[in-house]
Write a protein that binds this ligand. Structure first.
Ligand code: HEM
Length: 408
């Protein structure tokens, strides 16, 4: 069987849902369609899989592969630093190329290596809470949720803490290209941010070459200094990938979990009283309002679903946003319940197969320690505005969440 290398024309027999409609009320629109059809087509031609059973069965199915530059091209990103990121990142590669890109960084994110960082991440979270406690208020997203993951990734990679504001600003501008709100007008800013982040990493590599240290960038130097310039550029791009993946998704997830709990005082207070509830609260927040709402795949062959057939060459988006509210798997899926016992063993929010999120262990530690420091240090915390999460796919966005507490 010949495998398609280019995206096929999108199927015409599926329900078409304009992106704007989906963005306006994602959970309601997805639920309405999920009850009737296994997939919908958005107006950019991408087919979105809605049901938990399909997402779980196809995540590592040999009839699918990871997308490569197809999504970038669909978005009109065809050249320049941002395109180079899409072309060279571990996330968007397959087979031997993927193994070559993932192996060197995977060692640094192995469960035991990351577990050893927990005390330092706890100290970072407690430090942030202590710094803000006297003022009685903070912006949860900017003053807390953004800083903990950025400081943690800085710790792992050996980035100076003073660089956090710069590299996070570039990351947020660049990662707009990985959100459902992306439009061509965003290109100049995202491309400029990619150029700066790549140059920043190149600078760091040059510094480590002059004076190696005990950090991940120094450990990657032999691969970066290979004779093959393409291979060297590719390894540098994995450092860019880690800075991006490590500081944006967890930022949103930290703010979301606090916002959800603060909106449900009884569950917030339960976590304040009993730390054993923290892992369940983290898992439930990741299900109920995920920071990443989907991940992509490409159909290599025809894929029959119950009620639709996907053609080879279809660009797919596996909607975890929809799958994690599927009543076929979760009892009362629209209820936020930190004591829920029906989470699958592998949390769907982190994808699956060989591409399953490399930072899962780190993200969980940051989310658990981030929540523990807040519930311990600021049990009287209140949200001054309701939580607003935007986006129907890929990386989602959270509005700033002002919070306050009594200081007397
Ligand atoms: C709540 C936080 C996070 C969520 C929800 C999340 C989710 C995901 C998802 C859905 C994927 C794609 C999986 C697939 O295609 O099957 C992914 C891949 C990836 N994530 Fe995360 N992630 C998070 C945090 C992190 C962190 C903290 C890091 C590292 C510092 C990280 C590094 C990566 C990398 C390197 C990949 C590409 C793996 C590959 O393609 O082999 N992520 N993540």
């Amino acid at each position: 069987m010949a495998t398609p290398t280019h995206a096929a024309a999108p199927p015409t027999d599926l329900v078409v849902v304009p992106r704007a409609v989906l963005e306006a009320d994602p959970h309601a629109v997805l639920a309405r369609h999920r009850a009737v059809v296994p997939c919908i087509r958005t107006d950019d031609g991408v087919v979105m899989l809605l049901r938990a059973g399909d997402v779980q069965a196809l995540v590592a199915d040999p009839r699918t592969r990871q997308v490569e530059t197809e999504f970038a091209l669909l978005r009109g990103i065809t050249a320049g630093p941002l395109f180079e990121f899409f072309r060279q990142t571990v996330l968007l590669s397959n087979g031997e190329v993927h193994r070559r890109r993932r192996a060197p960084i995977a060692r640094a994110f192995a469960f035991q290596v990351v577990a050893a960082l927990r005390p330092r991440i706890r100290a970072l979270a407690e430090g942030l809470v202590a710094e803000h406690r006297p003022s009685g208020r903070m912006h949860l997203l900017a003053d807390y949720a953004a800083l903990l993951p950025a400081q943690a990734i800085a710790l792992i990679l050996g980035l100076p803490e003073r660089d956090v504001p710069d590299f996070t600003a570039w990351v947020y501008a660049m990662s707009r290209a990985l959100t459902s709100a992306w439009g061509p007008a965003d290109f100049p800013e995202s491309d400029a941010a990619a150029r700066r982040l790549i140059a920043y990493v190149e600078d760091l590599v040059a510094q480590r070459r002059r004076s190696p240290r005990d950090d991940l960038i120094s450990a990657l130097l032999p691969a970066i200094d290979e004779d093959d310039p393409e291979a060297a550029a590719e390894t540098r791009m994995q450092i860019v990938s880690l800075i991006l993946a490590g500081s944006d998704t967890t930022r949103a997830a930290l703010a979301i979990q606090a916002g959800l709990l603060l909106a449900d005082r009884a569950q917030w207070e339960a976590v304040c009283r009993d730390e054993a509830l923290i892992p369940g609260a983290v898992a439930e927040a990741l299900r109920f309002e995920p920071a990443v709402g989907s991940f992509p795949r490409f159909a290599l062959a025809e894929i029959p679903l119950e009620g639709a057939v996907l053609r080879a060459g279809t660009l797919m988006s596996f909607s975890t946003l929809s799958a994690m509210r599927d009543p076929a798997v979760y009892a009362d899926p629209d209820v936020f319940d930190i004591r829920r016992s029906d989470h699958p063993r592998w949390h769907p929010v982190f994808g699956g197969g060989v591409h399953r999120c490399l930072g899962e262990a780190l993200a969980r530690i940051e989310l658990e320690e981030g929540l523990r420091a807040l519930t311990r240090g600021l049990p009287d915390l209140r949200a001054d505005r309701p939580l607003v999460v935007r986006g129907s796919a890929a990386i989602r966005r959270v509005d700033e969440l002002p919070v306050s507490w009594p200081t007397g």
